[in-house]
Ligand binder design. Structure first.
Ligand SMILES: [Zn+2]
Length: 288
């Protein structure tokens, strides 16, 4: 179980790795890249050159209550990822959080690795909300994409949607809110399309400091230095590139703390800094 923790202004942030599947060839995850392209980014690969992203989500505790940003891969086993299962509930317990403590679950988007724990089976095997008091929230564009059939996404994403999200909607437990709106006091959606058409980050401010939970804007820290690389799960790669360039420029300018669920724990929170050309990823505690 791997968790990163940070006291940040009025908030406590915990980055929870729900699971970490077996390494894969990074050139397969990033179509068009070569082994040589990855050489400058070896530190983000395994010893034998594999790409092994965390499947993470974030817990925020602060004045607005207890908020979960995304819901991991779920209990599994998930056949698409070698039957991996997640450990989110155990991780929450280790942080002193029960499912009934969670006030809100805010989805950045509805890919399968972000919705897994939304529903769990009850005693009769029927899916029911895993966080019984929580307000579950998704943005309007993202909801329109998935409820409209999610054209172009692979079957395992649609299966997760049917298992974990559709039952929420059927039970009236899923709030659909305007893109860019504030689902919880002090937290605001920030549209950044690409990974999905309605993909959004979440902005938080505390005492004049800014944080942005940027979800799947990037899947690997190498993409900060190479923002034109697109992960194979991006539904609209060109929109994703534009979103990265826009977010990096703005966040490097105003010193926003960034959080990425797929980055390895320990490097999942940090800053985008200007480099000689472009940008570089500076994990917290690793200031050059
Ligand atoms: Zn993801």
């Amino acid at each position: 179980m791997r968790i990163s923790r940070l006291d940040w202004g009025d908030f406590e942030i915990a980055g929870i790795a729900d699971a970490r599947p077996a390494p894969v060839d990074p050139c397969r995850s990033y179509p068009g890249t070569t082994t040589a392209d990855w050489e400058p980014h070896r530190r983000w690969l395994t010893a034998d050159g594999g790409f092994q992203p965390d499947l993470g989500c974030f817990l925020l505790r602060g004045p607005m209550g207890v908020v979960l940003v995304d819901a991991g891969i779920g209990p599994g086993p998930v056949p698409y990822l070698g039957d991996v299962g997640g450990c989110l509930m155990t991780a929450l317990a280790s942080l002193g959080v029960t499912p009934a403590d969670v006030d809100a679950v805010l989805f950045t988007h509805l890919h399968f690795d972000h919705v897994g724990w939304a529903c769990v089976p009850d005693a009769q095997g029927r899916p029911c909300p895993a966080f019984p008091r929580a307000r579950y929230v998704v943005g309007a564009s993202e909801w329109a994409f998935w409820s409209g059939g999610a054209k172009g996404v692979l079957a395992h994403h649609r299966e997760a949607y049917a298992r974990a999200i559709q039952p929420l909607a059927d039970a009236g437990a899923l709030a659909v809110v305007a893109d860019g709106s504030s689902p919880v006091a002090g937290i605001t959606y920030a549209p950044m399309p690409g990974n999905t058409p309605g993909h959004q980050g979440l902005r938080v401010e505390s005492g004049g400091a800014r944080a942005l939970f940027a979800a799947d804007l990037c899947h690997c820290p190498a993409q900060v230095a190479a923002p034109l690389w697109s992960h194979r799960s991006d539904v609209d790669p060109e929109a994703g590139r534009r979103s990265r360039l826009d977010v990096f420029a703005a966040c490097a300018q105003d010193d926003t703390l960034l959080a990425f669920g797929h980055f390895p724990r320990g490097a999942d929170l940090g800053h985008v800094r200007r480099a000689q050309t472009g940008w570089r990823w500076e994990p917290l505690g690793a200031a050059a």
